[in-house]
Design a binder for this molecule. Structure first.
Ligand SMILES: Cc1cc2nc3c(=O)[nH]c(=O)nc-3n(C[C@H](O)[C@H](O)[C@H](O)COP(=O)(O)OP(=O)(O)OC[C@H]3O[C@@H](n4cnc5c(N)ncnc54)[C@H](O)[C@@H]3O)c2cc1C
Length: 389
């Protein structure tokens, strides 16, 4: 048992996971003088197969990068997101939304990649213990005992699980939770620029299929989604053929994209899930990023949400001591939960619009979209962007 109370930066902290959430939390904590241990189950901190994912960095997340002192370098890897052009399955324009005018009110919006963001954070976040996971985590009133897979045992004041959608720490500390499956699958990959997209962000909303193309400096990032059952298997070697079959009838930039599809190993793929939890903390263990709040990836905001959550969590931990973590957790959840719920709701609404399967229903959706204003299309986000984080 520990009798000593540790304040602020004296607290012993373990961050499990070195994705965008874990690295940005580690960096925020280091900025405040903490020295967290960061572990990562992979061979080295990396973005895994999802480096080519487009990450949309909207105003609150861009502000977090300013605070982390890497905004100028971020700008070199990002493209401004000025407009969104939506096409129907034949490639005809449904409408173009002026995002620049909208973002002007709140700060800029940008397209970057998860890989770029990850590299920016990894360079600054301090040491990461690679190829190390957690074998056992047990907490009592005064601390958390963690047996690491490298054979060491350590005691911490708090542990933050940033180990992604299928978080093992969450499973150990909270028990099994149910992910919500959204009857679909996504693939993502990057192409050399040259699709001639104007504006640089273009989406095809077809019946039952979605294709998004997002340009960052030096590459075009593609996200494709189609209906799938939860038991769908997607062997890497068959991805190119599956994509050709499923998306071969789409117009706009799609024929060009299909001609330039990269090797199957460079195409990422996963089923579509999200996760909503009422509790993001239990005792001395808190959840962050996808471990707490995974979102259907049709709004491209998962990485941005991880950045903002890490800023908020670090600021609350900095005002806590080792005896009163529940206060830090409570403020963290109060500050983040409502905002995260809004993004998840918007993603679910967007997904239900995108996943309309019948041609008549898709045609009706497109006609409604044509008749509405940019303001209407974007209005669901105002509530989020107006709120302080
Ligand atoms: C198909 C798909 C497409 C997406 N597209 C986009 C998009 O376009 N834009 C966007 O912003 N977001 C997108 N997202 C969401 C985005 O990828 C996530 O929101 C974001 O990566 C969350 O970051 P994270 O750090 O919480 O988790 P992760 O990136 O999953 O990182 C978790 C880290 O924990 C490590 N780890 C796992 N288990 C352990 C363990 N037991 N011990 C130690 N370490 C462990 C992993 O190696 C990894 O480094 C997409 C997600 C999916 C599934």
């Amino acid at each position: 048992m520990d009798q000593e109370v540790r304040y602020g930066r004296q607290m012993r902290i373990l961050v499990v996971g070195a994705g965008v959430a874990g690295l940005s939390l580690a960096l925020h904590l280091r900025q405040r003088g903490f020295a967290p241990d960061v572990i990562h189950s992979g061979a080295e901190p990396s973005h895994g197969s999802r480096g080519s994912e487009a990450a949309l960095i909207a105003p609150p997340a861009a502000g977090v990068l300013i605070g982390l002192g890497c905004f100028d370098e971020f700008l070199a890897t990002a493209a401004p997101m000025d407009a969104l052009r939506i096409l129907d399955h034949t490639g005809r324009e449904i409408r173009t939304i002026d995002l620049a005018r909208y973002f002007e009110r709140y700060g800029g919006g940008f397209v970057t990649t998860r890989g770029g963001l990850h590299a920016l954070l990894a360079e600054r976040a301090g040491p990461v213990l690679a190829a190390v996971g957690t074998d056992r985590i047990e907490q009592d009133e005064d601390g958390v005992d963690v047996a690491l897979s490298d054979g060491t045992e350590r005691r911490y004041d708090l542990v933050v699980a940033a180990d992604g959608l299928r978080s093992a720490v969450r499973e150990q500390m909270f028990g099994p939770v149910e992910l919500t499956f959204w009857d679909g699958r996504a693939w993502w990959f990057s192409l050399e620029p040259g699709l001639g997209l104007t504006p640089a962000t273009t989406e095809i909303w077809g019946p039952g299929r979605f294709a998004g193309f997002y340009e960052s400096p030096g590459a075009t990032h593609c996200l494709l989604a189609a209906p799938a059952k939860e038991d769908d298997v997607d062997p890497v070697g068959e991805r190119r053929d599956r994509i050709q079959t499923l998306f071969g009838d789409l117009g706009g930039p799609m024929p060009d994209v299909l001609e330039r599809l990269p090797e199957p190993e460079a195409i990422g793929g996963d089923l579509l899930y999200d996760l909503r939890l009422d509790r993001w903390a239990r005792g001395r263990v808190a959840l962050i990023g996808d471990a707490a709040h995974a979102t259907i990836p049709v709004v491209g905001l998962g990485n941005g949400m991880a950045l903002v959550s890490s800023a908020v969590l670090a600021s609350q931990v900095a005002r806590a001591d080792s005896r009163h973590l529940e206060i830090a957790w409570s403020y963290y959840i109060q500050r983040r939960k409502r905002r995260v719920d809004i993004v998840q709701d918007r993603a679910r609404e967007r997904f239900s619009m995108l996943s309309v399967r019948h041609r008549l229903a898709a045609w009706t959706r497109n006609e409604i979209l044509k008749a509405t204003s940019d303001e209407w299309f974007l209005s669901g986000w105002d509530d989020l962007l107006r709120r302080p984080i």
